[in-house]
Ligand binder design. Sequence first.
Ligand code: WT7
Length: 662
Amino acid sequence: MSSDALASLSHEGRRFAPPTELAEQANLGEEAYAQASADRESFWAKQAERLVWNQRWHRVLNWDNPPFAQWFVGGKLNASYNCVDRHVEAGQGEKVALHWVGEPEGDTRDITYAQLHADVCRAANALLDLGVTRGDRVVIYMPMIPEAVVAMLACARIGALHTVVFGGFSSEALAARIVDCRADFVITADGGYRRGTASALKPAVDGARRKAAEEGHRVKKVLVVRRTGQEVAWDDSVDTWWHEAVNHVSSVHEPEAFDSEHPLYVMYTSGTTGNPKGILHTTGGYLTAAAYTHWAIFDLKVDTDVYWCTADIGWVTGHTYLVYGPLANGATQVLFEGTPDSPEPGRWWKIIEDYKVSIFYTAPTAIRSFMKQGEAIPAKYDLSTLRVLGSVGEPINPEAYIWYRRIIGGDRAPVVDTWWQTETGSVMISPLPGVTAGKPGSAMIPIPGIEADVVSEAGESVPNGSGGYLVLTEPWPSMLRTIWGDNERFIETYWSRFRGGGVDPDRWWYFAGDGAKKDDDGHLWVLGRVDDVMNVSGHRLSTTEIESALVSHPKVAEAAVVGAKDEDTGQAIYAYVILRNEAGDGGPDILEELTDHVRGEIGPIAKPRQIMIVPELPKTRSGKIMRRLLRDVAEGSAVGDTTTLADSSIMDLISAAQTASV
Ligand code: WT7
């Protein structure tokens, strides 16, 4: 973020106190902060009591071998039992768990906890029949249909790890994830609906299976949900229809209690290298934090609230705040298959009106696109049931915050700006809607139970009014346990930068990769990534990953990718490419060819906004690409200091080319 933007943020003086009714009945009060800080382990142990444990833990936290944590040591539980069975046993079987809204209008289903229970048990039995056993990895590549939730819970129920891959990722990206975690099983669908048309998924799985086989990994079984009814290629030795598999089995399944540290899932996310990292989450601590944060941050009143999180299950938000948090709490929620503005721009607001949604959780990029369409659209709907609004995925700019609060929240519902990451597993920094007077653009302070700070390059806590790097200074229950198969990378990526905070080698601080500022009141403003990770519409992408994709094209010699500031998507991808000599000028369709290539290697979300063919890239004498300069060019701002470049005339060439292309 530029220093101008920083300065303008610091002048953002508006404050919004919690509404009285909310404050009076808030789930968590001001005192929780002090209680949690005074004795964090007891505080978390109390939160763990939200769950049903088959065996109680004997130790809250084992941090003897940092950064490898164990939470609720010795405890045993089943995540699926906690999300489903126990609500049925408590007499809530007839309560709606999911108001599912399909993309085609009128294609809806209400699923009660009792129905969800039967579905999860059947799916668990079907997975066992297919040969899935505890510890196996099951890749899930599905649209937003109830079976996706059922599949995740069925895996958890039998102790298999799910690895959900976002349906927008390409066959190549899917294959890379299947191979990295050596998944023997894949659950998918023939296709899903997007903007009124059926879009295929199964062919990507077939392709990924071939690609994995070429790399020596054989997928044993693929379970296919029939969603769109479109034609699919079929291999009898591998493919099984979901409906056939689940119809043949019993709806009774006795859940087994697993160790608190039994792995629950692997979720891939982008890092600073070309290979996505498999973030490992385990059971007891993760589920505790998912349930606690969902209850505290949204002030969940489980008997009356209708909750809706618009995230896709392919991202961590979909895991924690669509599956594990709300279901562990026994909430009623909306699950939506479609896109916000199809078939008409008011689709989301119509859903809020129809289902009387009271808690709504979405991303700033969506809010900004609605702002563009104007106030008249949401004004047509009754949004008066909304009482808490959440934001996640990227910094929310004050104007979007104000619009969200005023137009969607009727100037009544507080906005909670929640900062967290795939790695943290649950929200770390956020206002509490009944306690905190919110400031537009600030995630405020760590929630009770979490300790964070902003530190200098040297690892010293910065004073109020200054910026630095965001760190988490104490372990927390839903922290990632490692990177799948790569403990070294885990230590290196997150724990080495501020080890000891420059003070004490035994102090382990988690480096989040974000820059942040403490304002004069000590409130936190998260400014965005300080590494080579981009954030495009709240989706996390690595510059290196896209560079590798470009370089894998036969005509490309070298590539540099940067994320430049963008009004709508937060950041947009700009790629600078040097062609190989033998490719000449690349031919008339070179830009389209390269764009399609990136789409094929990663997926449509990684498509560059602009690709520029350049003669050279700006490099230091030691050969490091100075992306900062390319970002200046892409953002159209003055190009910064070029004195460390090996050849400073390069930037003139690139700037001229960029100007000519606009
Ligand atoms: C990165 C994590 C965890 C939810 C979805 C994204 C950015 C996330 C905020 C926020 C400012 C935010 C950070 C973070 N981010 N929430 N409220 N304010 N920045 O998960 O894909 O793991 O990305 O998203 O840069 O490091 P993710």
